[in-house]
Ligand binder design. Structure first.
Ligand code: GDP
Ligand code: MN
Length: 432
């Protein structure tokens, strides 16, 4: 008999050889199992920034094309930038299911703002950071466009490896920062900040210089960086990302884009910020899961995990990592499961093209294993199982469940315990 999961996890944690790997795996998993980190729309983030002395463009928010037109007129700007508001990045290069290309448009004509807004609001915008279907746009930002002479990248993060805040910047901004990190790592600059001392002027100046700001622009950029850092602390952010952090030909440093994430543990003292959370933008798959009382979390590996309970989900992800695999997602069944839920759960898991194997890890306490087994076999037959399926069931009615699986004639791999299940799932993917 295997040790209970919690005890084994604790044992693994005490093992000095395994500890770093297990912790690394946990870091991957923890943010998603705690709760998601609150994420605000650009216009909300920019409001916080401008309220705290950070320079952003003048803007209005519109819910309809008509409102966008009014906003454009009210701005009375030489040029206007219209930006779809979704939580994902890469909007500039995104595509709407209305056919419109680009979630960020520049124009001098308020009428064109209205036309474009019509093709944005109510439609889905798909970007590199969304699913293929994209995310529905409910609001647009109508802002005064400024000429940009240079785009840099600036972020402030709570970084585990630094045990505190770190400034990350690159003179090559506007673009995908991951690409810069891969092709020109020497163009990524970091400044670790002592959270007790706060940001030093010399650090802000050095970052401004590394970003390529010269002359009076350097002081201005350093001031913006200090203000952004102070905001980061004040609002309990885990990340403030400004891309592009740019300069204008008139000699102004401006935050052209903004993405702020917040520490959910600070909700009790950031009530105003958390009140701004609109949940309309969960991943469609999360909402679909929620319809059946299931919790779905997407990860970036290739092994789907089908579990009951958040603790078991964590342990399952940990053990997959420890065996050299990577979870693609996990779907938490919770207690009181019905067969239809199992079916829907399977449907959701297998709809993800990343999934190359499925690991079922159910501990039947409240859950009756036979219900799970029936749901699995029904789903496999009706949906056509296309990837290896490894099943580990334990607890209530496990004997009957195993008979159902065995007699199903389906190519299901039974596992003796969690370790065995993880090994088999990882091996099934490695074989490909
Ligand atoms: P993202 O694609 O979701 O990251 O959206 P951004 O807000 O970063 O906008 C994408 C790109 O549009 C930026 O990198 C800029 O090149 C451009 N852009 C955004 N705002 C302005 C503006 O006011 N003026 C000009 N000239 N370009 C802008
Ligand atoms: Mn951007």
């Amino acid at each position: 008999m295997a040790l209970p999961v919690a005890a084994r996890s604790a044992r693994l944690l005490r093992d000095p050889a395994l500890r770093p790997r297990l912790l690394a795996a946990r870091c991957q998993v923890l943010p998603v199992t705690c709760r998601r980190w609150l994420n605000l729309q650009e216009y909300q983030s920019k409001k916080l920034m401008s309220d705290n002395g950070v320079r952003v463009q003048r803007f209005f928010v519109a819910n309809t094309a008509r409102e966008a037109l009014e906003a454009a007129k009210r701005l009375n700007a030489k040029e206007i930038v219209l930006k779809a508001q979704i939580l994902a990045g890469g909007r500039g290069k995104g595509v709407f299911n209305s056919g419109l290309k680009g979630g960020v448009h520049l124009t001098k004509d308020p009428k064109v703002v209205e036309q474009l807004a019509k093709q944005m609001i109510g439609y889905n915008l798909a970007t590199k950071q969304t699913s293929k279907e994209g995310v529905k746009v409910n609001k647009v930002m109508v802002a005064e466009a400024l000429d940009i002479s240079r785009e840099t990248y600036l972020a402030i993060l709570m970084d585990r490896s630094c045990n505190g805040p770190v400034l990350v910047g690159s003179p090559q901004g506007g673009v995908d920062i991951e690409e810069v990190a891969a092709s020109n790592p020497e163009l990524i600059f970091k400044e670790q900040i002592d959270i007790f001392e706060g940001i030093k002027d010399s650090q802000a100046q050095r970052m401004a210089e590394n970003l390529g700001f010269v002359g009076p622009l350097r002081n201005q950029a350093a001031e913006q960086i200090r203000k952004l850092y102070n905001l980061f602390l004040k609002i309990d952010a885990t990340q403030v990302e400004v891309n592009p952090f740019g300069e204008t030909p008139e000699g102004q440093v401006v935050c052209f884009d903004a993405k702020i994430n917040f520490d959910d543990n600070a909700e009790f003292r950031q009530k105003d910020i958390f009140a701004m959370d609109d949940k309309s933008e969960n991943e469609p798959i999360e909402n679909e899961a929620a319809r059946y009382d299931l919790k779905y979390i997407g990860l970036d590996g290739n092994i789907a995990c089908f579990v009951n309970g958040a603790g078991l989900a964590m342990a399952t992800c940990d053990i997959i990592f420890l065996n050299g695999g990577r979870p693609a997602n996990f779907l938490d069944l919770g207690g009181g499961v019905k067969e239809t839920q199992v079916y829907q759960a399977f449907k959701l898991l297998t709809s993800d093209p990343k999934v190359e194997a499925i690991l079922v890890n159910i501990f039947g306490g409240i859950v009756n294993c036979a219900i799970i087994a029936n749901g699995i076999t029904k789903a496999c037959r009706e949906l056509g199982l296309k990837v290896p399926l490894v099943v580990r069931l334990e607890g209530t009615n496990v004997q009957e469940a195993q008979n159902i699986l065995r007699n199903s004639g389906l190519p299901i791999t039974a596992a003796a315990d969690l370790e065995d299940a993880a090994k088999k799932a990882v091996a099934s993917v490695a074989k490909k």
